[in-house]
Design a protein around this ligand. Structure first.
Ligand SMILES: [Zn+2]
Length: 122
C-alpha cells in the first residue's frame, strides 16, 4: 500500500521531531496534503494507525489540512486554484499551466504530551 510507505517515512520524521522536543508521547500530527499528492486521506489515516503502533505516536490524532491545486498560467500570468484537475486557464483559455501548489505532503507540526507517559508528579 502506497499510503503505508508514506506513513513509514512520516514516522521517522515524527520520531525525530519528538526527540528534538524531548517528548515521550506525540498526541497529534498535523499534515498538509496537496490534491495532487496522490494520497487518499482515509487510507492515510488507516495506514497511520498501523505505522504508529508501538511508536512514540501510538494513538496520536492525525490532522490533515488539504492544499488546493494551484497553477500559474504561462500566457497571462494568472495564478488560480482549480477545483478539478482540468488544465485550462479560465481567464485566457491557455493550456500552458504550471502547477505551483497541490503536490505537498508535509509534516507541519506535532502536538506532544508535556507530561509524558509517566506520572512524575510527586
Ligand atoms: Zn491564462
Amino acid at each position: 500500500m502506497h499510503e503505508l510507505s508514506i506513513c513509514q517515512d512520516l514516522m521517522s520524521a515524527i520520531a525525530e521531531a519528538a526527540h528534538r522536543h524531548g517528548a515521550r508521547r506525540v498526541v497529534g500530527v498535523h499534515l498538509r496534503i496537496g490534491r495532487l499528492a496522490g494520497v487518499v486521506p482515509e487510507l492515510l489515516e488507516e495506514a497511520f494507525v498501523l505505522a504508529s503502533r508501538d511508536t512514540v505516536a501510538d494513538g496520536a490524532a492525525l490532522r490533515i489540512e488539504p492544499v488546493e491545486l494551484a497553477v500559474r498560467c504561462g500566457d497571462c500570468g494568472g495564478r488560480l486554484t482549480l477545483d478539478e484537475p482540468v488544465f485550462i486557464c479560465p481567464a485566457c483559455g491557455s493550456r500552458d499551466l504550471h502547477v505551483v501548489g497541490g503536490r505537498e505532503l508535509e509534516l507541519t507540526s506535532i502536538e506532544v504530551d508535556e507530561d509524558g507517559a509517566d506520572d512524575a508528579t510527586p
